[in-house]
Ligand binder design. Structure first.
Ligand code: PHE
Ligand code: ZN
Length: 871
């Protein structure tokens, strides 16, 4: 088998040659593209001398010609092998012109220059630029770019690249050209080009220094009326970044292009973002409230990268979280300010617990700043992004918002135009604040999720309440022994009536040692501590709360996040109790009265805050539950969760109906947060009612489906129906398909709804859907909507005991690896936790992993994940 090499952070060296400028020319044709690159090159005398060869990256390209200082070189005068282009002896400064030929129409990996439908577009992060031309394709080589694009004028009327438009004009044979120039230095991963038959909506934004910026969103002509929401979000993001971080936009033009085929969510190329159309296009008929929120968040995220990522960029890919963790933190703050802080926090913590915690305990566990990788694309992970954002959040908590802002200002001041490291960031935060973050740095270098335990002792005689904390982090392949972390614990005290007690020890407690305790004096009886408020650190928390304490916190905590979290703990405990019964084959009996009472109380509360209410009333999903156990009981968890849901539904049916009616009046066109909250509460309660699965309930949900006038309501009712046994299910699915078959983003939803439903029926339905004429492995969104949803959100289906789910997914992985390794590798992680299942499932999953790795030439992407999983 081919050996794939591992890259290490400790091996980082500066580049041997700098590029002072690059002028690119692209001639785009139907069956190839010619790329001419003219570079001014300068030796880095700090580490190179006259003997040092020049080595550039190149991949999947044909070299047509090489001209050094006006001298045409013949193939023997340069090296071209193993994805490297080499000049053996070069002067200190010189110009180099390389012409390459590439085949965008055959580029199914969607990295480099490729075609999405009739549009040419590029994706260069992380290492796609080397698939366009020979170049030192690493983020610490920053240079200024100019780009001339020539193409057929009728087929490709729109020609875009980074920066400002310098010139356009017509050429012979029906062709035309556009010349773009980006005045800002950038690394190659931020280069972008788009050519296509697109239309745009336009707007402007006036910056804080009164500069007028042109804003353009380009889409296919039929989607022109679906960009309004994205444009609004962009303007909100631009204003917010000025207000909250003092960051003004720098170019005179900001362009966004939506394409249908895209490996990720979106890309922050300088002045020319390329987006997955899922994160641009929306109307209330075709997009759900969650889609609207997703668009707002991703548009903002990419915009915020202009400062955190582009103006200040990365020294090497190990530093990825420097831009991603920080930018996720910034987009989270933006969303919190635009909508509800508590609801955003809850959504983010759910994602972190179900996704990142599980990554952190599996074979792909890595620190926020990884120390090695085989394939960089495999490290765009929840750890780098979401745990990375938690690390920034903790820094801002420890410093306080004012000093954090001072630190950010200093960071931009010191490093504008440079390629830096997470260490530079942390050191700057220390410099600006005077706070010691020495121990805190472990959050960047140590993998795994710390566990914190809190046990209370309350001496009623003296009124002393002691909170005894202890922390441990389980060892893993990265570090066998883990050191104690600096863990910020945000604490409050509630008296027996739920009033906040003013005690000097309330607020931020710094847990820095393996064990420590915090002592509160003069604490009255029946007082309850509320800890890790707002989820102040990304840790697993264990407490000695009684069920009564949890019910109290759920009803009375002044911290809304902790109200939600108390509800979660209460559900988890109930599920655990029921799970033990199923495992002992005992009858389940009923749902505990205290859980039903707590739920009832939460329904009361939902009147005042519907969005938060909906979150509190939502049961943890099967993955979140599974994450609590070392050995995952797939059927048991499924059975018990259904039982709990139905038990609650029975109890609250009448009240639920009343609230459903109350919330029914909101117009579909209203996408205010309050309107979304109404829909989310209503649809959650419809799902509870639907879980009872009686014929009357089926009629009720079917009626909701037929009445729906927004995609939010339509897909919610369809999802509920799809989990029921009723015949309405088939009718609704068919009706939905026929109504939306021309809209690919909606058909993705149609695939997803079925991919996550009825796991107890096995994998048959999903296998059948993969043969549907609308299914295709070529489109990443479609793959995610069927295979991804099945693998990651349908545990019963994927883990069908006969192994049909595993075989199906492994087949897709193998087929996809030939065309799009990045997307293929993402699916492999569905098998990562194979050791946590029963013997039968273990051996079946292991067998599929072995089958995948023994295919002819697995990609580096797939090889890395499978080999780590099998290790
Ligand atoms: N840098 C992009 C983001 O976080 C994500 C991305 C990575 C897109 C790699 C494409 C390829 O916004
Ligand atoms: Zn990002």
């Amino acid at each position: 088998m081919e050996k794939h090499t591992i890259k290490y952070l400790k091996d980082y060296r500066q580049p041997e040659y700098w590029i002072d400028s690059i002028d690119l020319q692209f001639d785009l044709h139907e069956d190839h593209a010619l790329v001419k690159s003219l570079m001014k090159i300068r030796r880095n005398n700090e580490i190179a001398d006259a003997q040092t060869p020049l080595v550039f990256d190149c991949e999947a390209l044909e070299i047509v010609s090489v001209i050094a200082e006006d001298m045409i070189l013949c193939p023997g005068e340069y090296g071209h092998e193993n994805n490297k282009f080499t000049l053996f002896k070069v002067p200190e400064t010189f110009t180099l012109e390389i012409t390459t030929r590439i085949k965008p129409q055959d580029n199914t990996a969607l990295s480099g220059l490729y075609r999405s439908g009739g549009t040419f577009c590029t994706q260069c992060e992380a290492e796609g630029f080397r698939r366009i031309t020979c170049f030192p394709d690493r983020p610490d080589v920053m240079t200024t770019y100019s780009c001339i694009i020539t193409a057929d004028k009728e087929k490709y009327p729109v020609l875009l690249s980074n920066g400002n438009l310098i010139e356009t004009g017509d050429l012979d044979h029906g062709r035309h050209y556009a010349h773009w120039k980006d005045p800002f230095k950038k690394p190659s991963y931020l280069f972008a080009l788009v050519a296509g038959n697109l239309v745009c909506i336009e707007d402007t934004f006036k910056t804080c220094s009164n500069r007028l910026i042109d804003l353009r969103i380009y889409v296919e002509p039929e989607n022109k009326d679906k960009c309004g929401h994205a444009m609004t979000a962009l303007k909100q993001a631009m204003a917010w970044d000025e207000e909250k971080f003092g960051r003004e936009y720098d170019l005179d033009l900001y362009q966004i292009v939506a394409v249908n085929d895209f490996n990720m969510g979106a890309m922050e190329n300088k002045g020319l973002n390329v987006f997955n159309s899922k994160y641009v296009l929306a109307s209330t008929e075709t997009a759900t409230d969650i889609d609207f929120m997703g668009i707002q968040g991703v548009i903002a995220h990419e915009y915020f990268h202009n400062w955190t990522g582009n103006r200040v960029t990365l020294k090497n890919w190990f530093q990825l979280s420097l831009k991603e963790g920080l930018t996720v933190f910034r987009d989270q703050e933006f969303t919190s300010d635009m909508n509800s802080r508590a609801v955003k926090r809850i959504a983010d913590v759910r994602k972190l617990r179900a996704g990142q915690f599980s990554e952190d305990s599996g074979p792909m566990a890595h620190p926020v700043r990884p120390e090695s990788y085989m394939e960089m694309n495999n490290f765009y992970t929840m750890t780098v992004y979401d745990k990375g954002a938690e690390v920034i959040r903790m820094i801002s908590l420890i410093l306080g918002s004012e000093r954090f802002r001072q630190g950010m200002d200093l960071y931009f001041e010191k490093f504008d135009g440079m390629a830096v490291t997470t260490e530079d960031f942390v050191a700057t935060m220390e410099e600006a604040s005077g706070v010691d973050l020495g121990q805190f740095r472990l959050w960047y270098s140590q993998s795994g999720t710390p566990r914190v335990k809190m046990v209370q002792t309350h001496d009623l005689q003296t009124g002393t309440l002691t909170l005894n904390f202890s922390q441990t982090t389980p060892g893993d392949k990265n570090q066998k022994e883990k050191s104690a972390m600096h863990i910020p614990v945000q604490i409050g005290l509630l008296d027996k009536d739920g009033n906040e007690i003013n005690n000097p020890n309330c607020g931020l407690f710094h847990l820095k040692t393996k064990t420590d305790s915090l002592v509160f004096e003069n604490v009255p009886e029946k007082c309850i501590p509320s800890i890790f408020r707002g989820f102040s650190a990304p840790v697993k928390i264990e407490t000695d709360y009684s069920d009564t304490d949890l019910a109290f916190l759920m009803a009375r905590d002044t911290d809304p996040f902790n109200r939600w979290d108390a509800a979660q703990q209460l559900y988890f405990r109930e599920i655990d109790r029921l799970l033990e019964k199923t495992q002992k084959k005992e009858p389940l009996g009923g749902v505990s009265p205290h859980v039903l009472a707590a739920f009832d109380l939460a329904l009361d509360g939902a009147h005042t805050d519907r969005a938060l209410g909906a979150k509190i009333l939502t049961l943890p999903d099967e993955n979140e539950i599974g994450e609590n156990y070392e050995n995952i009981d797939v059927e048991g968890i499924h059975r018990v969760r259904c039982f709990l849901k139905q038990g609650i539904a029975q109890q609250v049916r009448e009240r639920a109906m009343a609230i459903i009616n109350e919330c029914a009046s909101v117009p579909a066109s209203d996408i205010s947060f309050a309107a979304m909250a109404k829909r989310s509460l209503k649809n959650l309660l419809i799902a509870y009612v639907g879980s009872l699965d009686t014929p009357a309930d089926a009629d009720f949900v079917f009626e909701k489906f037929n009445q729906a006038d927004s995609m939010t309501d339509e897909i919610a009712a369809l999802t509920t129906l799809s989990q029921m046994t009723t015949d309405h299910r088939t009718v609704a699915l068919e009706r939905f398909y026929n109504k939306w078959k021309k809209d690919p983003l909606v058909i993705d939803k149609w695939f997803s709804v079925q991919a996550v439903a009825r796991g107890d029926h096995g994998a048959g339905e999903v296998v059948k859907l993969s043969g549907h004429p609308d299914f295709s492995l070529k489109n990443p969104n479609r793959v995610r909507s069927l295979v991804g949803a099945f693998t990651f959100q349908n545990p019963m289906g994927f883990h069908t005991p006969g192994g049909e789910g595993y075989t199906f997914v492994a087949d897709q992985i193998i087929a996809l690896d030939r065309s799009n390794p990045q997307i293929s590798a993402r699916l492999v992680s569905g098998f990562n936790h194979w050791k946590r299942y029963d013997k039968n499932r273990q051996s079946r999953m292991q067998q599929e992993l072995k089958r995948i790795i023994t295919i002819q030439k697995p990609s580096r992407d797939v090889y890395e994940i499978v080999s780590k999983a099998l290790d």
